[in-house]
Design a protein around this ligand. Structure first.
Ligand code: NAP
Length: 291
């Protein structure tokens, strides 16, 4: 497992251990996936059956200033992993994004909808998908959206929920776009559904989103309700709130393909959010996890 200390990485490690698999997790300090020799050595030493890549360059706006860095991690490094997997005959499980789409759809995106990335981050993630598929016949690519998990409490980047809580603490008015819709996804559920797909021997592209299309403004409202906070929350839009990167206006993902295989549908977003807050309280209070 590469990228083991990110939001998704920690949940994959936790869930794999809970299901009694032998797991080796490498964070960036242990293996930088842009270093082909380091990837090759790690895989040769461990000889895994399945390789999960939870490592990614996720700074969507910064990527417009440094597209090479985004491409190195999200594109070329996936080539390192795919080539490494070929050598040890392992299955690669790679994660991608709703941002491979341009947001012009009127329905939650299905796996075979045409891709059309709008910026450097999105192009780099699509390149990663292509590298995985170019070198491997049976790679599993899981596209997801707006990931939030308790792992985000320990990372500098955090996640949208933590950003909202920080902004609320600052007591300034909070402006959030209401004209961009996504599928916020709870990291432990993403990890669990992905491992289910691996267990069913699946390959190809799957969408595993949170299951509830929602605007970022409405999601912020839901977060403050769940947290019992009442900051001044104002709706804005992409015209007023300009960002360096273009983003798809609508990038909700359909989980239909996953559900047709018999995997459990995602719970309603409000329920996933309350699971997040329960887990967050546990982490903040220092109570050990029950495995
Ligand atoms: N977060 C989202 O909203 C979102 C949305 C759609 C799709 N996704 C996709 O979902 C997957 C999981 O995302 P996440 O939310 O778990 O991201 P995350 O919390 O930002 O974790 C990414 C991890 O990758 C590590 N990393 C970065 N560059 C690396 C490198 N060169 N070598 C090894 N590790 C490296 C990071 O380490 P450092 O902390 O040291 O940088 C971090 O631990 C990614 O594929 C992402 O693109 C995420």
């Amino acid at each position: 497992m590469f990228g083991a200390s990110g939001q998704l990485g920690v949940e994959l490690v936790r869930e794999l251990k809970a299901r009694r698999y032998a797991v080796q997790g490498w964070d960036r300090a242990a293996v930088d996936i842009t270093d082909a020799a380091a990837v090759e050595n790690a895989l040769a030493q461990y000889d895994p059956q399945v390789v999960f890549n939870a490592a990614a360059y996720n700074q969507v706006d910064v990527a417009e200033r440094e597209p090479q860095s985004a491409f190195a991690v999200n594109g070329l490094a996936v080539r390192n992993l795919a080539m490494g997997c070929r050598q040890v005959d392992a299955t690669l499980v790679h994660f991608s994004t709703d941002y491979v789409f341009d947001g012009t759809a009127r329905h939650p995106y299905a796996e075979d909808d045409p891709t059309h990335p709008l910026g450097a981050y999105a192009v780099s993630k699509l390149a990663g998908e292509l590298y995985a598929q170019a070198y491997l016949d049976r790679a599993l690519i899981v596209r997801t959206s707006g990931v939030y998990g308790p792992g985000g409490l320990a990372t500098a980047r955090g996640n949208f929920v933590e950003l909202m809580l920080r902004l609320a603490a600052s007591r300034n008015p909070i402006r959030v776009v209401e004209d961009h819709v996504a599928s916020p996804t709870f990291a432990p559920l993403l990890a669990s559904r992905t491992i289910d797909l691996v267990g069913k021997g699946q390959s190809g592209v799957f969408h595993v989103g949170g299951g509830t299309p929602i605007s970022w403004f409405q999601f912020a409202k839901m977060i403050f309700e769940a947290a019992g906070l009442q900051p001044m929350l104002l709706a804005t839009n992409e015209r007023e709130y300009r960002t360096p990167a273009r983003r798809p206006k609508y990038s909700a993902l359909s989980n239909g393909k996953m559900e047709r295989l018999g995997l459990d549908p995602m719970p309603p977003l409000r329920q996933a959010l309350s699971l997040y807050f329960a887990e967050r309280d546990r982490v903040v209070s220092g109570t050990p996890a029950a495995l």
